[in-house]
Write a protein that binds this ligand. Structure first.
Ligand SMILES: [Zn+2]
Length: 123
């Protein structure tokens, strides 16, 4: 059986986030981008996380802290709570660097620039 995608979609990785992470395809929706960014955290693909952050907001995110968060965490699950054209609310569950079970709920905003979806910010 094919490897299931990290983003908990229930689809095969090769038919879900992998084509986005490898750059073969561009996500068509904010939710696809959000899911692929979660998969990028799981696979510690810092370059993808930076590339898919809006050029207008990239300065607020440090590659070093993304790398530390991604690699010091054990990613358990992603649940999409709600999703609309430009917003995705989700909960990511992971063990932090002290092995504490953590639930990170975020309301993320996305924007489309020149036909490409980017993550803007979240709260
Ligand atoms: Zn996926």
């Amino acid at each position: 059986m094919a490897e299931l995608c990290h983003c908990c979609s229930g689809k095969a990785f090769s038919e879900c986030c992998e084509p986005f992470l490898s750059g073969e395809q561009l996500p068509e929706t904010a939710e696809q981008l959000m899911r692929s960014r979660y998969s990028a955290y799981v696979t510690v693909n810092v370059a993808y996380i930076i590339e898919t952050t809006s050029p207008n907001f990239r300065k607020y995110y440090s590659p070093k802290s993304i790398l530390e968060w991604a690699s010091n965490s054990t990613w358990i699950s992603l649940e999409i709570l709600s999703s609309s054209e430009k917003r995705v609310k989700f909960t990511a569950v992971y063990l932090d660097e002290k092995q504490q079970l953590t639930r990170h709920t975020e309301d993320s905003r996305f924007e489309k620039i020149n036909g490409r979806w980017y993550f803007r910010d979240g709260k």
